[in-house]
Design a protein around this ligand. Sequence first.
Ligand code: 5GP
Ligand code: ZN
Length: 116
Amino acid sequence: MTTDCIFCKIVRGELPSQTLYQDELVTAFRDIHPVAPTHILVIPNAHSSSVTEMGDADGDTLGRIVAVANQLAKQEGILESGFRLLVNAGPDAGQVVFHTHFHLIGGRGLGPMIAR
Ligand code: 5GP
Ligand code: ZN
């Protein structure tokens, strides 16, 4: 937990968000600037600045993130049509918020994964 991290503030309920799910390990809320009909961020409650700081010791949290993303995909009606679950890490990936987060994106054809 850090005091000035916006996602830590969302976890603590100090910043408004459209929170869809929260338990002792993870929180899921709608992205403020959605790129598709479904754009949800699934994040660990515990602060880490990037997925590069996570690993074997975070197995429970990472497993929960995948389980929650699948559950939310089902709720959003995109489990069958498909979705992306992706992480941006570092400058080349365009990471702008330095609290680890997984984007759950779907609800339309998303095109090729990466522009060539
Ligand atoms: P990144 O590029 O770091 O992977 O993505 C950060 C994401 O966080 C962006 O999609 C951005 O729209 C979202 N975001 C940034 N600030 C806020 C906020 O205060 N609330 C919510 N719900 N999403 C945010
Ligand atoms: Zn944080």
